[in-house]
Write a protein that binds this ligand. Structure first.
Ligand code: SF4
Length: 94
């Protein structure tokens, strides 16, 4: 028969911490990159033309840039400059 060995409380806590880190670390890294507005344009199917009447200028994540840079702006979700008339799958109406 198998003999069950006692596990110390310290070992049990350390083991669960390591397992939790392995599970949650990738999620935390992905979340941080999304918050920083660095999501890949390709991943979100960004395009420089409107889709079904939806475009960046009507999206809650869009911030227009200075007047000298007409037609562009920044996005809280997609990294880099985005077009006023651009669109991606993360579109959220204002
Ligand atoms: S989330 Fe998509 S649609 Fe909205 S501003 Fe950013 S790139 Fe444009």
């Amino acid at each position: 028969m198998n003999k069950i060995e006692p596990i110390s409380r310290r070992k049990m806590i350390l083991d669960s911490s390591v397992r939790g880190s392995i599970i949650f670390l990738p999620i935390a890294i992905f979340s941080a990159s999304v918050k920083a507005g660095s999501s890949n344009k390709a991943m979100l199917h960004y395009q420089e033309d409107p889709k079904d009447g939806q475009m960046c200028s009507g999206c809650a994540a869009f911030t227009p840039s200075a007047a000298s840079d007409e037609g562009n702006g920044s996005c809280k979700i997609v990294g880099g400059p985005v077009k006023l008339r651009g669109w991606c799958i993360a579109f959220s109406p204002r």
